[in-house]
Design a protein around this ligand. Structure first.
Ligand code: PMP
Length: 360
């Protein structure tokens, strides 16, 4: 029996994707071996990889002047690799910090670029977004980095911020493909796969080709995005399993009606959960400014933290997994990525009401 899985990541995958991977595990595509057991340079794998890219391009309406890369290292490695590629010696970059991951992105970038924290929500404990008029952007920055959705703090931008001519770099690890993406507004989008795309160990990057021509820093080829692009993400052995599952997820998303359909579902799911929290008379609390509440990650606390352990034990027994909040915030967190259906959210909301009644 599969439980309803609210894990922040690695997170729930669509059941149809897992079932298909299971069916194909022993003999993929008539090859007599699993997808993990054959060359990434074979014709079957190359056809699959090209199809995955084509499906992602179609889903997110990615223009031709953007390259799509399937990389490794997790989002964290790219916190460092992005400045290595986009900034030359002595250059500066702006960071908009709205939570834990933005902080981490800025600190990992610091050895490679002069980091300017152009705006930060830290003083307000990351419970909202710093107002756009307070940002101190540098028009000569190499790029502006932000985190559209902060996975731990549950803070999300509703709109793509306007930053002028400076390329906008977005860590979309926890919101990619949850709604349509206006790719043209970005210089570079990157995401660890393990929330909305597939297994961990894969990073999907969408990067404007002119940025690949930047000299960046002296570095080994393996770090240079332009080399990966030139070799179609096969500069070395890619994460073949991850790429394959990502491809299945893209097909699943297309069958679901694409990103606009996912956005409508994700909105309805989040509204149902926030309504349950806000309607609980303070039994459950989400501290985030309603204008910046995440649709993907919903942190909440119980009025009486002494009941946390009972909430976790009973929810797990009821088939609701991974509701424990991040240690930085305590309490609970429900992640509502694409593969989490409304039915799961309904089960959670019903459980929360029942728990409050029984332990009120
Ligand atoms: N950025 C965000 C927004 C994340 O949620 C995470 C992981 N939870 C990371 C970066 C780090 O990803 P990875 O573990 O793949 O390096």
């Amino acid at each position: 029996m599969r439980a309803w899985n609210f894990s922040a990541g690695p997170a729930a995958l669509p059941q149809a994707v897992l079932e298909r991977a299971q069916r194909e595990l022993m003999d993929w595509n008539g090859s007599g071996a699993s997808v993990m057991e054959q060359s990434h340079r074979g014709k079957r794998f190359i056809a699959m990889a090209e199809q995955a890219e084509a499906d992602l391009r179609e889903l997110a309406a990615i223009p031709d002047d953007y390259a799509v890369l399937f990389l490794q290292g997790g989002a964290t490695q790219h916190f460092a690799q992005i400045p290595m590629n986009l900034a030359g010696e002595g250059e500066r970059a702006d960071y908009i910090v709205t939570g834990h991951w933005g902080e981490k992105a800025a600190s990992e970038a610091a050895p490679y670029v002069a980091v300017n924290i152009a705006a930060s929500g830290k003083a307000g404990q990351y419970r909202g977004l710093p107002p756009r008029e307070s940002w101190r952007l540098d028009p000569r920055a190499a790029y502006v980095h932000y985190t559209p959705n902060e996975t731990i703090h549950g803070v999300e931008f509703r709109d793509v911020p306007e930053v002028g001519e400076v390329p906008l770099v977005a860590d979309m690890s926890s919101d990619i493909l949850s709604a349509p993406i206006d790719v043209k507004r970005f210089g570079l989008i990157y995401a660890g796969a393990q929330k909305n795309i597939g297994p961990s160990g894969l990073v999907v990057m969408i990067v404007r080709r002119d940025l690949l021509a930047r000299p960046g820093r002296p570095m080994a080829k393996i770090f240079r995005y332009a080399e990966h692009a030139a070799q179609h993400s096969m500069l070395n052995t890619p994460n073949t399993w991850g790429w394959y599952i990502a491809g299945l997820t893209f097909q699943w998303l297309k069958a679901q009606g694409g990103l606009a359909a996912m956005a409508a579902r994700n909105r309805a799911k989040a509204e149902a959960l926030y309504a349950a929290i806000d309607g609980s008379g303070g039994y459950y609390v989400n501290p985030v400014d309603p204008a910046a509440r995440s649709r993907m990650n919903v942190p909440f606390t119980l009025r009486d933290a002494a009941l946390d352990a009972a909430f976790l034990a009973e929810s797990e027994a009821a088939g609701l997994l991974a509701l424990k909040g991040h240690k930085a915030l305590g309490g609970m967190r429900a992640s509502l990525y694409n593969a989490v259906p409304m039915e799961a959210v309904q089960a959670l909301v019903d459980f929360m009401a029942d728990f409050a009644r029984r332990h009120g």
